[in-house]
Design a protein around this ligand. Structure first.
Ligand SMILES: *Cc1c(COP(=O)(O)O)cnc(C)c1O
Length: 394
């Protein structure tokens, strides 16, 4: 008999009933150090006082107002995002995949209004993840996500990750945009080289293409910059955001330049919940903390501390781990052992990590994780490595 919850997830038998900073408490009382942060969502950990008060104050004022009316919390958050990015304008969604939908629609509408409606095609990269909507799976294109869900949305092609020659060769007269994650998340924490992202930007300028960045996982301070593309010193035309921006409340956004957004006039797009007062009140509180030079510098400092300790862990356990990669607090441990064995041993050791493709274990802690918790995390990962080795030998 089918379970009452549609069984699309492989769930670990863990029931977290409370969260405090970087810790989660299981129903049986066990305490887990959270290096997953709800997959880069709980950017400021659990129960951050500023987020709790933003949410509860708004809940006591008004929960929901239709986009038929003014929503000052939405206006304030849009202003903060515009002030802290390349963007001139913002549309709010509830998730990454909804941001993907609008990014695709916006790019196509742009060319339609320019009198080049044939430029509907978007080139993406293998290993990409852009969400589970029809546009999202069509963009990523992997068999794992698309099989059985055809016909897919037409107009997408995928080239090998980071292969600029293949990218160049894939561009045709009907290409309108390129979409890329500056750091692939689900694909196994694969950052694109700064020089490669700069070359993609130059190619977009040369060929007159729109650059769409998917910063759903790597954005909002995760890499130690407000947005990951800032490391390469380039700007996109359109950017997808979600996950960390809501700090745990469902919120996403599409940021764009005035030019790229020029086709999106009244009536062309909408969302019932997108930009809801509760979501935007929390998003505003997240931005007030994260969009701060000192906070972001501290993310980079903590990244250095964690990485250095992880290098030691890898050196001590070459049978379990191969390398650490990533940017800021978006790190991936490429494993020699099966990544799920590492994740499962983590549950026994009270440390939560997240698997990714390419046999990687993701470490995506809260951006405000303390140095003490970083030390404790590595101690627990040490226990994990010993358990995985013992399991292999026994
Ligand atoms: C998680 C993710 C998405 C999809 O976001 P949802 O909120 O799950 O729809 C899209 N792109 C990237 C890079 C992601 O990590």
């Amino acid at each position: 008999m089918i379970p009452s919850v549609l069984p699309t997830y492989n769930r670990a038998p863990l029931n977290f009933v409370k969260g405090e900073g970087s810790w989660m408490i299981e129903a049986d009382g066990r305490r887990f150090l959270d290096l997953g942060a709800g997959i880069a969502v709980n950017a400021l950990g659990h129960a951050h006082p500023a987020l709790v008060s933003a949410l509860t104050e708004q809940a006591n004022a008004i929960w929901h107002v239709s986009n038929l009316y003014e929503i000052p919390q939405q206006q304030a958050l849009a202003d903060k995002l515009v002030d802290n990015s390349f963007a001139d304008t913002v549309f709010f969604t509830n998730s990454g995949t909804e941001s993907c939908e609008l990014a695709v629609k916006m790019a196509r509408k742009y060319w339609f209004e320019k009198g080049q409606p044939e430029k509907t095609d978007i080139i993406a990269f293998e290993g990409a993840f852009h969400g589970r909507s029809s546009a999202g799976i069509s963009a990523a294109g992997s068999e794992k996500m698309t099989k059985g869900f055809g016909p897919l949305l037409p107009g997408f092609a995928q080239v090998t990750w980071g292969d600029l020659n293949a990218l160049n060769a894939a561009i045709t007269d009907t290409t309108g945009a390129i979409i890329i994650e500056p750091v692939q998340g689900e694909g196994g924490i694969r950052p694109i080289e700064d020089t490669a992202l700069q070359a993609i930007k130059a190619l977009c300028e040369e060929k007159g293409l729109l650059l769409i960045l998917d910063e759903v996982q790597c954005g909002v301070g995760r890499t130690g910059k407000m947005f990951a593309h800032e490391w390469a010193g380039i700007t996109p035309d359109i950017m997808m955001v979600a996950k960390g921006i809501g700090g745990g409340f469902p919120l996403g956004a599409v940021l764009a330049t005035e030019e790229a957004a020029s086709g999106m006039v009244a009536g062309t797009h909408g969302s019932t919940y997108g930009g809801n007062p509760l979501a935007c009140a929390v998003g505003g509180a997240v931005m007030d903390i994260v969009a701060d030079a000192e906070f972001l510098a501290d993310v980079s400092r903590k990244s250095g501390l964690l990485r250095q300790k992880l290098e030691g862990l890898i050196a001590a356990h070459p049978d379990v781990f191969e390398e650490v990669r990533g940017l800021g607090l978006m790190l991936g441990l490429k494993c020699k052992a099966a990544n799920m064995d590492v994740v499962n041993a983590g549950y026994d050791a009270g440390v939560v990590t997240v698997p990714a493709a390419d046999n990687v274990v993701r470490l995506l802690p809260a951006l405000n994780i303390t140095d003490e918790d970083i030390n404790e995390a590595v101690t627990r990962l040490e226990t994990v490595a010993n358990a995985v080795t013992a399991q292999a030998q026994g």
